[in-house]
Ligand binder design. Sequence first.
Ligand code: KPC
Ligand code: COM
Length: 525
Amino acid sequence: MDIRDRHPNLAEWNDLIEGSLADPDSEPILNLDPDDPDPLYDAIFVGGGAGGRFGAAYMRAMGGRPLIIDAWPFLGGSCPHQACVPHHLFSEAAEELDRMRWFSDELFFPKFDASRASILELVRLFLAGRASAHAFMNWQTKEQLDVSYVLNARATLVDPRTVRAGGRTFRARNLVLGTGARPLTPDVPGLDLHGVYDFVSVVEELDYEPTRCVVIGGSKVAMEYGSFFHATGCDTTIVSRSPVMRSSSLHHVDEDLRAYVVGGMRERGMDILEGAEPVAVHGAAGSVRGVTVRLASGEEREIETDMVFLGLGERPETTEAQAVLGIDVGPTGRVVVDHHMRTTTPNVYAIGDLIGGPMEMFKARKSGVTAARNIMGEDLEFDFSEYPDFLHTTYEVSWVGLTEAEAREACDEVIVIQMPPYVEGLDTQHLPLPCAEGTMLYAFSRPRLSGFQKLVVDGTTRKVLGAHHCGYGAKDAFQYLDHLIHRPEGLTVDELGWMNELFLNPEHFVQLSRLRAGKSTLTHL
Ligand code: KPC
Ligand code: COM
């Protein structure tokens, strides 16, 4: 279907996308320049997710000629379809549900009725609305960003300059591969039973209300989805080989932050089994009924459940790209690229979840932009070895820079500014701090639940080395803190203390720094 000269509005796009998703025989959606029937594009972006869409948009903004090809009938990729967007919807529901439970029948809160909290209903709410975000991606990319695309058509790689899709052949000076990653499945018997999901299949296939869940894995996804399921009243056990929030894919997790976050999950009744592994998933009449788990002690335990959720991370699918283009892939299945996003095959770039590093939005989009700018003649490197990070439980947790332990390894004198302060014997369980939007009710009624924050400072140079936060609403600040502390000149506690806080700010780092900045020799707070 050629939509170049049509200008679908959002509702029309929505219908076109829903119709295409529902019909396996639906046609490709073509947004191509009719005046140039056989163009040589500067790049074909194979995959129109966050990396491909931002890379193509940037290339077009620079005056280049990109083409995006995607198997799905929409742009934006897994983010709005199965990953970040549903995760944020579910995590916001978890936060609200958590508050409603703690305050059940207090103040203006009604008595908490767990039967009103439904995983299935939230999945359906997401499914009913997700195409509206997709519609906007398609509309914006065509009408405002002027990027050509072929959607609802799986690309076939021919060579480093040629791709086929939707019955046509497209040629380009370069290929940019951005086809993402898929959830990993462990080698455990019983995973074919009804009731076993990962973050993709839970939105695509959930068709009943689970009452008990066993989460396998200790990844961010495991913590986030597990916290959501549990908050709805679906009692959840996490079975993780490595300690939760201490997997190799997460860097710079401060031990005190981890203790507050994981302690908070346990306090809410989640069962977290660390050093444990699943042995088998059992069923009856084709559906999940239980999981056998080998505990850290070696003892085996049977856990009854009607849902198993896999949260073990993701891996790209690279078979075709390796066979046709000869690109190298590393030991964990990620495509090998240099800091320019160049693969080992000339004129072939790879971006997003296909390559190493965190499977996070900033890396997806900026790696796409990096490929585009290099193709357009710049010499640009993108180093994503340091970055701010976050996850959700029923809280929002953000961190950047060094942990206290890492800082002690790296510097002679480390100063910690934290809330609540650590002072032996002080009854901080009664301290309504930190407090800000999102934690005020907790601060006054359940003070120990009002969050945790820590700033790690080099006592000699006075530079901020790391920041760690559990509460609500601080993610934005961490974007800017990341930028400031990673500047060559860094960020001193004096500069931070001279910033203008918007009281009651979620992270109290500005004012806490100001209380100490007057000291020529810094001390803990
Ligand atoms: C959910 C979502 O789409 C957030 S990111 C949107 C990027 S843009 O369309 O450029 O505003
Ligand atoms: C966001 C998708 S949901 S994209 O990064 O804007 O393409």
